[in-house]
Design a protein around this ligand. Sequence first.
Ligand code: TRP
Ligand code: ZN
Length: 468
Amino acid sequence: MSRSVKCAPGVAGLLACSLVLAGCVGGAGGGSEGAAGLGDPYFPKAGNGGYDVSHYGLTLAYDPGGGRLTGSAVITARATRDLSAFHLDFAGMEVAAVTVEGAAADFRRDGQELTVRPSDSLAEGETFEVAVRYSGSPRTITDPDGSKEGWLRTADGALALGEPVGSMAWFPGDHHPSDKAAYDIAVTVPEGLTAVSNGELRSRKPAGGGRTTFSWRTEEPMASYLATVAIGVYTVTASTTEDGLPVYVAVDPTQAAAGRAVLARLPEVMEWAQDNFGPYPFSSAGAIVDRSEDAAYALETQSRPVYPGAPDLPTLVHETAHQWFGDSVTPKSWQDMWLNEGFATYAEWLWAEDEGGATAEETFTGLYDHGVERYANLWDFPPAKPTSAAHVSEVPVYQRGAMVLHRIRQTVGDDAFYDIVQGWAAAHRHGNADTRAFTAYVEKAAPDADFDDIWADWLYGEGRPELP
Ligand code: TRP
Ligand code: ZN
């Protein structure tokens, strides 16, 4: 979008604009256009500059027959500087109208960028509401690594998966993990179908025209890649744990028999995870189980992970661990992915150890000695420095990430290690953190230990590290 003429600063940039502030169109403070991306090292266009979202109110209606989604997104945000315009990430769909603070706003689209120019500029610190009305057939996005995300049509409905950038296919927003927000997601679907999302089901009401509206709420901050909507025929089991936590499990009927035994262990896995990682960070839990042909991978969607077919126990443990590592403590950028996947993978090792299977030490040694026979790319790159965006979900991020954690455990011993794991989850609960914050945290927690070689060789170093 071109800048407004009076504020068009050319080379002089912001300075020229602020000098002619009083003359700026729209008055409230002028400013300039917020950045189109946050400069993430792997997904530079993801997210936007100049504002911080606190709440998304999504009102959606979906027709599985035609694959058509009608939506309204009401986004509450705070300007972090004076803004004459700002960007939202939104790919595909047709935008019917945009308002800011209730007044019609100009907008322009260019690829995944939806640029909004409010009739009145926004002043730094101001909280504002932007509403976007849209419709169309939401798209499936192919990631740099070839996997599918965004909006996936399923045998009986649809499934939204958002890691790393798929959520821009079904709602406009600040689609970078660093901007977490609360959500209200209402989905209207034909009678007989269920719409499942994150958090708690607030109501289920007839919507007229033979349709039902399911209204979901997530109060704890959520990164947009963890938002989901699953529409289809589901067998729903709503229960409560001994601690009073609501558990909502939605299973595709074709998966019910195969999934029953493992899903019945969810409360036990949650209990175990709390013993190891500290208090569960969200106010509900559960699972969404679709068919294996509906999605190619599981995803730790907040409070309610998605499984492609009946999950096995290690996958249930993995996605449960992500609720602490990824969902509550969220990476600052996609470079910090190993903080998600290393912890979730290490949780699988710990579970096996506690269940009387291989100890984590045995798993580590097996990987170190023979891992490359199973994972040809195990030593291809260090976990904290994936080669490119196509590599952020590859083996080294998971397995070498877990190996970093085990090297820390070898160095400090079990008691200090579990203190570090729980302390880390507590220190950044409901927030964001990066790799530097992690290494600093570990160093502070064990001031007498020397981690330099672990960081240099295991976290950032190329190739297979030497063991001391
Ligand atoms: N986070 C998922 C899991 O391990 C896997 C995954 C799916 C993923 N899509 C991704 C990881 C994109 C990184 C990037 O449970
Ligand atoms: Zn994972």
